[in-house]
Design a binder for this molecule. Structure first.
Ligand code: FES
Ligand code: FES
Length: 205
């Protein structure tokens, strides 16, 4: 499960992201999504601009500078802390979220670019006091030690089994190759992903 680049579904890939934000974190303006749609340039920023994010079925309205990442917007502005910040550079998967069925790194996605698409975080998997079958499988297989990588792994497994409820070992390895566990719980994470109990989670939204 070595680090793998996850494509930003907005078409704003990591290379573009890094160029835009700048290595020193300098505030710069960015182009609005209309540019990506070929509708002409419409620069916004560098000051805060109003945006709307649809996260876990709820619309959040906030103002952020265009350089703010989806991860920062969620953790520091909206209190959605299930997404973890570890590397903050698109290599570890701790910040994995699901956008339209695909996993992306929230740390490598600008909040402004995440507008208009439903975003799902690990918080959405639990219904009241009932945990998601994938979370149950992680617990039963001891698929965590410090647990810091776990939300990202659980999110990647949920995205996998929603598309493919009965993945092969190879398919599970491929789906998880963008997530890193520094405690080395890979074998148990894989056991959890392949547990038939996890596959029942594919029927949930
Ligand atoms: S914190 Fe986003 S990939 Fe590591
Ligand atoms: S359980 Fe500690 S980093 Fe994965």
């Amino acid at each position: 499960m070595a680090a793998r680049h996850k494509k930003n579904e907005s078409g704003f890939d990591r290379r573009t992201f890094l160029k835009t934000v700048g290595a020193g974190g300098v505030a710069v303006g960015v182009l609005s999504p209309s540019v990506a749609d070929g509708q002409g340039a419409n620069a916004v920023g560098p000051g805060a601009v109003p945006i709307q994010l649809n996260i876990n079925g709820r619309v959040h309205r906030l103002e952020v500078e265009p350089r703010v990442t989806l991860l920062d917007a969620m953790r520091t502005r909206l209190g959605i802390t299930g997404v973890k910040r570890v590397c903050d550079r698109g290599t570890c998967g701790a910040c994995t979220v699901i956008v339209e069925g695909h996993t992306i790194y929230a740390c490598s996605t600008l909040a402004i670019e995440a507008q208009g698409k439903p975003i799902r975080t690990v918080e959405s998997f639990t219904e009241g006091t009932i945990v998601h079958p994938v979370q149950q499988a992680f617990a039963e297989h001891d698929g965590l030690m410090c647990g810091f990588c776990t939300p990202g792994f659980v999110t990647s497994v949920v995205a996998l089994i929603e598309k493919n409820p009965k993945p092969t070992r190879e398919q599970a390895l491929k789906a998880l190759d963008g997530n890193i566990c520094r405690c080395g719980t890979y074998v148990r994470v894989l056991d959890a992903a392949l547990d038939p109990k996890s596959s029942t989670g594919g029927r949930r939204g």
